[in-house]
Design a protein around this ligand. Structure first.
Ligand code: NDP
Ligand code: X2W
Length: 315
């Protein structure tokens, strides 16, 4: 089978990364839009509808516009925030639940998760499903992320020469505590309330780690129970690695390497801390499992291809 594929937003950060993945494949014919026409709605409509599968790597408003231009014969895989909690779209996280791959195989509308949200949900959803965290538990999370998460403009700012020296140190943002990933974290995490989520962008290109502190005595659970629930859920998942409990070698000289999943579609999950207090951590490449890699994985699942086709578990 050869799939006709169009990438709407092919010149952007996610679009370029997707292009790298797709151009290496022998089962894909890429439909190209003329550079000067890339925002022309008629030309985009023509290519969107000629494709078997179209990736939308666009700002939310342009994604909504693209979806309106596309008939149901084309499978859309959208990287934006626009449809991640929409009833007519399937959330593109195959590892979310046992039924998720079946849902992905039969839909023409897939919403790829946000990078922070992927990490947060992969950590928390198995614990909610196992009853280890009640739905009303006041979860909080921080995320340390590379600057490519901010797209072309943020990359240009960080890579400017000379660079604004204020960008040399990590910068907390979204301090109104209303980050755009909260709705999907709440909805797909099966939580009654959105978490308190506070990201920090640092002066490195890519790599992301979400950390979630848990008061074990308040919850009445042990780190072993948390680790067992994550290990059981992801035992057969190629792209999710639950790191050993109580083993200092999971760290990098006692601290944490945020970039260790870069160049892969892998997520590493950690249960750290002590008998009273735990911290759950998830690490991924925000341009891999956090965006373009995840989008390719969704295409593979949707079209019955080997799920790891073109995707690396190790760099
Ligand atoms: N970067 C990341 O790590 C992640 C990004 N995402 C999401 O993916 C989407 C794309 O993000 P990203 O690649 O970072 O963004 P970029 O800003 O790097 O790229 C967006 C691209 O969309 C193009 N574009 C804007 N409006 C239109 C339009 N109306 N028609 C056609 N093309 C248009 C832009 O054109 P122009 O070249 O003229 O600017 C640009 O090339 C966003 O929704 C983002 O939130 C999701 C997960 C992670
Ligand atoms: C550093 C930085 O700004 N990162 C972005 C994350 C990009 C992303 O995942 O956005 P989508 O929701 O479109 O997928 C942010 O926190 O908004």
């Amino acid at each position: 089978m050869t799939l006709k594929v169009f990438v709407d937003g092919q010149a952007g950060t996610t679009g370029l990364r997707l292009h790298d993945y797709l151009s290496a494949r022998d089962d894909v014919t890429l439909l190209q839009i003329d550079e000067a026409q890339r925002k022309n709605a008629d030309e985009r409509r023509r290519l969107l509808n000629e494709a078997d599968v179209a990736f939308l790597c666009l700002p939310d408003a342009a994604s909504r516009e693209a979806a309106a231009l596309t008939e149901m014969d084309t499978c859309l895989i959208d990287a934006s925030t626009a449809f991640r909690t929409h009833d007519d779209w399937v959330y593109g996280l195959p590892e979310l639940a046992d039924s998720q791959r079946d849902r992905l195989k039969t839909t023409q509308r897939i919403a790829v998760p946000g990078c922070h949200a992927s990490a947060f949900i992969l950590l928390t959803r198995p614990l909610r499903d196992a009853g280890l965290i009640p739905d009303s538990y006041p979860l909080s999370a921080t995320s340390l992320t590379g600057y490519s998460g901010g797209g072309k403009q943020m990359i240009a700012d960080y890579e400017a020469s000379p660079r604004d020296p204020r960008l040399d140190s990590p910068r907390p943002y979204a301090l109104g505590l209303a980050h755009k990933h909260l709705p999907e974290m709440r909805y797909h995490g099966r939580l009654a309330h959105a978490p308190i989520f506070q990201p920090i962008v640092g002066p490195f290109l890519k790599g992301l780690t979400v950390s979630i502190p848990l008061a074990l005595e308040t919850l009445g659970v042990t780190r072993q129970q948390l680790h067992d629930a994550l290990s059981a859920r992801y035992a057969n998942e190629a792209f999710v690695r639950v790191m050993p409990l109580n083993d200092d070698s999971v760290l990098d000289n006692g601290s944490f390497d945020v970039q260790a999943c870069n160049g892969t579609n892998r997520v590493d999950l950690f249960v750290l801390g002590n008998d009273e207090r735990a911290v759950l951590m998830a690490r991924l490449d925000n341009l891999g499992k956090g965006a373009a890699g995840a989008a390719i994985q969704c295409m593979n699942v949707r079209f019955g291809l080997p799920e790891d086709k073109g995707l690396a578990v190790y760099a």
